[in-house]
Design a protein around this ligand. Structure first.
Ligand code: GLC
Length: 438
């Protein structure tokens, strides 16, 4: 296969569906879901493998139902989903021929990745797999003095006899399995680079030559180069063969969106937990209200980015009740307002006092979080620009106000939202403005 050379036209064609989809589901599920103290439990607690293996020996999530997961995601208005095929603990949710540390070798005995892909594709969602570059189970991955390994402080776990090339071959073979045996993948979400463990330490060029040969249209994130910190080589306008196709701000939203050093808009996706953990954490009940998540989805789109929202299924395979309830509430809002999200992006206007703008061509969406006293001022627009105005809630007309109360401001556009000070949607009432051709 010819050496990779970055072609902006084909890149922009590949990412088009992703930038239209705007809203995805992240799924963190595995052995760590049983101790239920987050997906880093082995590292956080410096847990020896011997204490972790009972979770492998008893793994049998009887309430796992990929179809139910997929229905919940679709109802929430999500357009794609990414499942952990292997997290840092090294446990594989797929039937890899290169390890027995896999779901098909547990009492559960099933290929969770395959069931996830089948179920989400059948609901019409695009599908991706998260694959951890770190591997705390593999004997050839650095242990002692590694930054994160659970045995990093155990001097008996020295690294003299560990063969890094063996680990590279192992993880490359697994990525080949995922790109070969499971049909078309839309996304590969690698995680994560740190210290000198980045780029060619992962043999990333060789990896991506293989991935692109097997899955030519696939999108990858930027974590073969960086982590949630750092932007990657597309940002620097000197793309490596393993450049991320999108930047992955984590548990935050970039203050002003993201542009490369030549001021081109970058493709990015904020990855956000519903509480504060990716993997299920039984005692973490700090769930974000649905109204906040809706506004954060709007914020990402208003800045030209995506939001991937995480659910950490419980050890029995079911979604936490709080997550399910939040997804339903988000879905109720998306059922009315999703046209202000899908295929929308930055409006090219100053952020309004009342909330945010999103835009698709000559259609501008006003996300009204807070009503005004009297007609709604929209100083960013001139009355002459407006062809029509409606509210998505019921499709009813929104009239340009002619009230005397704002007669001192003839150049400012004011919209008449009606006599009721309480807006139809307490979180975000969306108005749709069709602009005259500019
Ligand atoms: C961080 C965490 C990892 C999680 C990922 C999701 O890399 O270490 O546990 O899967 O973020 O973005």
């Amino acid at each position: 296969m010819a050496a990779y050379s970055f072609d902006r036209t084909s890149y922009e064609s590949r990412i088009r569906w992703f930038q239209s989809a705007r809203f995805g589901l992240f799924l963190h599920f595995g052995l760590y879901s049983i101790p239920a103290r987050g997906e880093w439990v082995r590292s956080d607690e410096k847990m020896p493998e011997s204490d972790y293996m009972p979770f492998f020996e008893t793994f049998d999530p009887k309430q796992f139902d990929a179809k139910a997961w997929a229905r919940a995601a679709k109802q929430a208005g999500m357009r794609y989903a990414v499942l952990t095929a292997k997290h840092h603990d090294g446990f594989c949710l797929f039937d890899s021929q290169y390890t027995d540390f896999k779901s098909t070798a547990t009492p559960f005995g099933r290929d969770i990745v395959r069931e996830f892909l089948d179920a989400f594709r059948s609901e019409g969602l695009r599908v991706g797999l998260y694959y951890s570059l770190l591997d705390w189970h593999h004997p050839d991955y650095p242990h002692f003095a590694d930054r994160y390994h659970p045995m990093r402080e155990d001097a008996a776990q020295t690294n003299e006899n560990r063969n890094w090339d063996n680990y590279i071959a192992y993880y490359h073979n697994q990525v080949r399995e995922l790109c070969t045996n499971y049909g078309r993948l839309d996304l590969l979400w690698f995680d994560f680079s740190y210290d000198h463990m980045r780029g060619e330490t992962w043999h990333a060029t060789q990896l991506m030559e293989m991935v692109r040969a097997l899955q030519p249209e696939i999108l990858i994130d930027n974590r073969l180069e960086v982590s949630g910190e750092g932007f990657g080589s597309l940002y620097n306008c000197c793309p490596t063969p393993y450049h991320g196709d999108f930047v992955t701000p984590e548990k935050m939203i970039p203050p002003h969106g993201l542009q490369d050093v030549e001021n081109r808009d970058l493709c990015w996706e904020s990855c956000v937990t519903m509480n504060n953990n990716w993997g299920y954490h039984r005692d973490d009940n700090h769930y974000k209200p649905a109204s906040l998540i809706i506004k954060k989805l709007v914020e990402c789109v208003s800045k030209g980015g995506n939001l991937i929202l995480n659910v950490g299924p419980m050890g029995n395979g079911a979604f936490p009740p709080q997550s399910l309830a939040t997804l339903r509430q988000i879905g109720d809002w998306m059922a009315v307002n999703s046209e202000s999200i899908y295929s929308c992006g930055k409006a090219g206007l100053e952020k309004p006092d009342f909330g945010r703008f999103t835009r698709r061509g000559n259609t501008l969406y006003l996300h009204v979080y807070e009503n005004s006293i009297g007609p709604l001022p929209v100083p960013q627009l001139r009355k002459s620009q407006i062809r029509s105005a409606t509210r998505l809630f019921d499709g009813s007309e929104i009239q340009i106000s002619t009230s005397w109360v704002h007669s001192d401001y003839p150049d400012v556009c004011f919209l008449d939202l009606g006599p009721d000070p309480v807006l139809p949607d307490a979180a975000d009432t969306v108005l749709k403005i069709e602009l005259k051709e500019s």
